[in-house]
Design a protein around this ligand. Structure first.
Ligand code: SF4
Length: 353
């Protein structure tokens, strides 16, 4: 069984939901913008936030962030072990160390001494880009795993066990292989992610595949989606991955059909409008259904509505709302959104005038 560890107050392990980590992209020098980004990530669902620390004294920003935001913060450290010690002393809950660029045992031990004293978590984060030789997929994955395991040995020699590990490549197969190998050889929780994923859409697909396949195999306890794009999308995609795998539930899911020549309404626009409406409803006190089907015609509409909590199927410029295989009402496309909200309100015991 995988160990349970903690980043500050956040428990990570098999008894806990797969956690979502975010990473800030704003420059540390832009204090207010950095705080705004961190707030957005937390509002979106980030349970821990990583900050890249490049220069001495940058860790001091933590005091400001922590005075406003209550999630564990992790400092991302490369090359300079002294930055890790400074981050710990400034109050970071975790640090990420890269075994490929912080390599000297006495320096690592010095960091561990401070981490132990302050109850700080260490993520051993290996990225394939740190290897200078060109290796085939299999050997690269093996080297990544060995690098993490050798680093862990140094930490364990100091009686330090509050550890998680990440093994990331921009290639999905290498990432999957490395994580599978590690899961066979160690009990430390894995932080999943695909790195350097490329343009936005490609990044979403690579992350969903790489992280999704591992999670489906029961591997991984925390994840960070990496995209060349705004950080809040990384959290949204992470939530989608977890929800669509049935591992966590965050928000109502719309099941809509791809449309075909049978469809006589503008379903794309209808779905977009419903999506916006749902967004508004999320901030209300209405308890929303978990699954809503919106189908372009009656061929699959009623069938999908059986699996969804509520469903809408369209005919010629009109549509019907189904619930548990029963037609609740029929109306024009324009009126259907209003009827839908009315039904939700009635389900929640609200009375309409
Ligand atoms: S539900 Fe109807 S409109 Fe949508 S794809 Fe299927 S057959 Fe076509």
């Amino acid at each position: 069984m995988v160990n349970t560890v903690n980043i500050g107050t956040l428990k990570i392990g098999p008894k806990y939901p797969v956690r979502i980590k975010g990473m800030l992209k704003t420059s540390i020098s832009k204090r207010e913008a950095l705080l705004e980004e961190a707030n957005t990530l937390v509002k979106e669902g980030a349970e821990a936030i990583r900050v890249a620390i490049k220069y001495p004294h940058e860790s001091q920003i933590l005091k400001y962030l922590k005075s406003k935001i209550r999630v564990p913060f992790v400092a991302d450290i490369h090359f300079n072990y002294k930055l890790a010690i400074e981050a710990i002393e400034c109050g970071f809950d975790g640090i990420r160390l890269n075994p490929l660029n912080i390599t000297k045992e006495p320096q690592i031990k010095e960091v561990v001494k401070f981490a132990k004293k302050n109850g700080v978590h260490i993520r051993v984060g290996v990225n394939s880009g740190g290897f200078r030789q060109r290796l085939d997929e299999k050997n690269l994955a093996k080297n990544m795993v060995n690098s993490a395991l050798n680093f862990i040995k140094i930490l364990e020699k100091e009686d330090f066990f509050n550890i998680s590990v990440s093994l990331k490549a921009s290639n999905i197969q290498t990432t999957i292989l490395a994580n599978r190998l590690f899961a066979l050889r160690s009990k430390y929780p894995l932080h999943l992610g695909i790195t350097a994923t490329g343009p936005f859409l490609e990044g979403v697909i690579k992350s969903s595949l790489g992280i999704g396949i591992l999670l489906e195999e029961g591997i991984g306890n925390i994840l960070r989606v990496s995209l060349t794009g705004p950080s809040f999308w990384e959290i949204k995609i992470a939530k989608f991955i977890l929800q669509f795998l049935g591992l966590r539930y965050f928000e109502p899911e719309i099941v809509s059909c791809p449309t075909c020549s049978r469809c006589s309404v503008d379903l794309v626009k209808i779905v977009e409008d419903f999506y916006k409406k749902l967004d508004e409803l999320k901030s209300s006190s209405i308890k929303l259904p978990k699954k809503i089907a919106i189908m372009g015609c009656e061929v699959n509409g009623p069938g999908e509505a059986i699996f969804a909590d509520i469903g809408i199927a369209f005919g010629n410029k009109r549509g019907v709302i189904f619930k548990k295989n029963k037609i609740l009402c029929s109306d024009t496309v324009d009126n259907l959104a209003k009827k839908f909200i009315k039904i939700l309100e009635e389900d929640n015991g609200y009375k309409r005038n």
